[in-house]
Write a protein that binds this ligand. Structure first.
Ligand SMILES: [Zn+2]
Length: 361
C-alpha cells in the first residue's frame, strides 16, 4: 500500500549499479563544488534515485556524481521513447493544409528549393522572395534543418549521431545529402530501417565507421546523455573529412531557466543527462580537440517549452500531460518573453545552445 503513494525517485538507484567518479569526466579535475543537490527524475519519472550535480572548477562543465553505470543506464530510459513522438516535423507535411499553413509551407519550400536545389512540394513560385520578410520564421527553419550548408550538387555524406528513428535523415536527404544515422536503441533503428532510412545500430564512442568518411555530423540532444562525451567528440573528429563540420545542440548550462527553476529546470533531466556544458566550456573543449571556426548560433525562442515543462516539474506534475500547463499565468508569459529577448541579445543565455565546429581542411 505504502509503495503506491511513494514516487519512483523515493527509491534509491541500486548501489551496485552506480559508478562514482570523484573527478570531472571532461577534464579530470578534482576541483569542484556542488551546483545542485536532490535532483530526481521529474521528466519521465521512471528512474529511481536522488542525484548531485557538481560544477567543475577546471572546465566549468557540470556532471552527476555518482551516476548510473553505463551497463545499467537503460533502466532510466524505460518510458523515454513513448514521449514526444506525436508530431514529426516534415518539410512535406501530409495534407490537407489550411490556407495559412499552405502559404507558410509554400514560402519555406520555395526558399529551400532555391537554396538547396531541392524539389520539395507545395512551393509558391518566387515565394523565396518573401522569405526575407519572415526572418524569425526563417531562423527557426534553419535550426530545424541544422544549418546545413547547400551541397551545390556535390556528393555530401551526413551522419546523425544518436538519430533515434531517423526523422532528420529524411529532411537531410530531401536537401541533397546522403544521410545515415546511428543509434544505440535497437527498436528505434528497426523503425527507421522499416521507413527506408540508412540507420545502423552502434554506440558513441564505438561507431565502427571509417575515419574521414563524413562531411557533416549532427549531434542533437545526445552529448549530455553519454558516459564519455570527450571520447565521442574525439571519434567524431576522426570521422570527419578534412574541412568537415560538426553541429551540436543541447541544453545550455548557463540558461536563464536554470537560475529560475533550479533542480526543476527541464534541461537537467537526471539521471539521463550526465554532463552539461556552458557555451564557453564546450567551445574550449572543441578547440582543444583540434576543431576551428567554432561559432555559437543565435538563439531561436525556446523558453516557452522549457519554462512550461519546468513549472510542471516544480509542482510535481507530469510535464507531458496534455492540456494547459498547471500553474501557468500571464506572469509566466512575460517571463518567457523576457528570457527569449535576453537570449536573442546574448545566445549564451538561451535555454539550448547550438554551435558548429569545423575540422581544418
Ligand atoms: Zn572539468
Amino acid at each position: 500500500m505504502l509503495k503506491a503513494v511513494l514516487m519512483i525517485f523515493d527509491e534509491p538507484w541500486p548501489e551496485n549499479e552506480l559508478e562514482t567518479l570523484g573527478a570531472c569526466p571532461v577534464c579530470q579535475s578534482t576541483d569542484r563544488t556542488v551546483l545542485l543537490n536532490g535532483l530526481h527524475d521529474m521528466a519521465f519519472r521512471v528512474a529511481p534515485g536522488r542525484w548531485t550535480l557538481w560544477r567543475c572548477g577546471g572546465c566549468s562543465a557540470a556532471y552527476l556524481d555518482p551516476r548510473p553505470a553505463a551497463a545499467f543506464i537503460v533502466k532510466a530510459y524505460e518510458r523515454y521513447y513513448t514521449h514526444g513522438e506525436g508530431e514529426v516535423f516534415r518539410l512535406d507535411p501530409p495534407g490537407p493544409l489550411d490556407a495559412r499553413t499552405r502559404f507558410t509551407t509554400g514560402v519555406r519550400n520555395s526558399w529551400l528549393n532555391r537554396r538547396y536545389g531541392a524539389k520539395l512540394p507545395g512551393a509558391i513560385p518566387l515565394g523565396w522572395l518573401l522569405a526575407g520578410l519572415f526572418s524569425h520564421r526563417r531562423r527557426r527553419v534553419e535550426q530545424v534543418i541544422r544549418h546545413l550548408p547547400p551541397t551545390k550538387g556535390q556528393r555530401r555524406v551526413l551522419l546523425d549521431a544518436g538519430c533515434g528513428s531517423g526523422d532528420f535523415l529524411r529532411i537531410a536527404g530531401q536537401l541533397g545529402y546522403q544521410a545515415m544515422g546511428l543509434d544505440f536503441d535497437a527498436e528505434a533503428v528497426a523503425r527507421g530501417k522499416a521507413a527506408g532510412l540508412d540507420i545502423r545500430q552502434g554506440s558513441l564512442p564505438g561507431t565502427g565507421l571509417p575515419p574521414e568518411s563524413v562531411d557533416y555530423i549532427t549531434v542533437s540532444h545526445v552529448l549530455e546523455h553519454l558516459h564519455d562525451p570527450v571520447g565521442t567528440l574525439k571519434e567524431l573528429y576522426g570521422l570527419l573529412k578534412p574541412g568537415g563540420c560538426l553541429w551540436i545542440t543541447q541544453p545550455n548550462l548557463s540558461a536563464l531557466g536554470l537560475k529560475e527553476f533550479g533542480i526543476a529546470w527541464r534541461g537537467l533531466e537526471p539521471p539521463r543527462h550526465l554532463t552539461l556544458f556552458e557555451p564557453a566550456g564546450l567551445m574550449a573543449l572543441l578547440t582543444g580537440l583540434g576543431f576551428e571556426r567554432i561559432s555559437l548560433y543565435d538563439a531561436v525562442p525556446h523558453a516557452d517549452f522549457y519554462y512550461r515543462q519546468s513549472l510542471a516539474q516544480r509542482i510535481g506534475q507530469d510535464p507531458y500531460q496534455p492540456g494547459p500547463t498547471p500553474g501557468w499565468s500571464p506572469e509566466w508569459d512575460a517571463k518567457v518573453a523576457a528570457a527569449d529577448a535576453a537570449a536573442a541579445q546574448d545566445a549564451s543565455l538561451s535555454e539550448a545552445l547550438t554551435l558548429t565546429a569545423w575540422k581544418p581542411a
